[in-house]
Design a protein around this ligand. Sequence first.
Ligand SMILES: O=P(O)(O)OC[C@H]1O[C@](O)(CO)[C@@H](O)[C@@H]1O
Length: 204
Amino acid sequence: MEKVQVNDCEDVLLSMRMISVNLSEIIDKLDRKAIKSMIQKILEGERIFLMGAGRSGLVAKAFAMRLMHLGFSVYVVGETTTPAVRPEDVVIAISGSGETHSIADLGKIVKDIGSTLITVTSKKESTLGRISDVAMILPSKTKNDPDAGGYLERNMRGGYKTMPPLGTSFEITSLIFLDSIISQLITLTGASEAELKSRHTNIE
Ligand SMILES: O=P(O)(O)OC[C@H]1O[C@](O)(CO)[C@@H](O)[C@@H]1O
């Protein structure tokens, strides 16, 4: 890394504000019917499988952990101990673009098996969006969307013209969305925080 002079780091605060404004705008555009069917299918599934690549995969793992805390039988696709998927299972793909090859290919296999496929994505018309039983659309910038103006370029109000780079908008939005699904599941099931805590690993 080249030597650079660190300034007052105002960009850190501006970026956080931009992210929170962006998130508020996305919340207003969410389809409540899709949220409802996603939750319905999670509750009806025999077991829940999560998958995603890169940073989206990390979001998938974070959601899987909370579902485990809630008492669901949950697995992360690609782990060595993950069992075979069966038709009565639900597979949830996290992919902003809906086109990441490994995840889109696995989505097709999931449909061939006859399991329920839910995709959390930014793109309804993507490969994953089109084949899913539920396409939960989070309209946010993905790694494939152009960076209109450069993410460090300020607009007239002093904020950024665009979000931080690549898939960050989708990744942050999906993490917060899925944690909010957990909140809804907690109110629906009446689970307590103590219950959740009791399921957390005791060997870390
Ligand atoms: O969410 P998508 O579009 O499937 O992309 C998956 C991953 O690809 C990456 O951009 C790396 O190529 C990750 O940062 C991102 O989370």
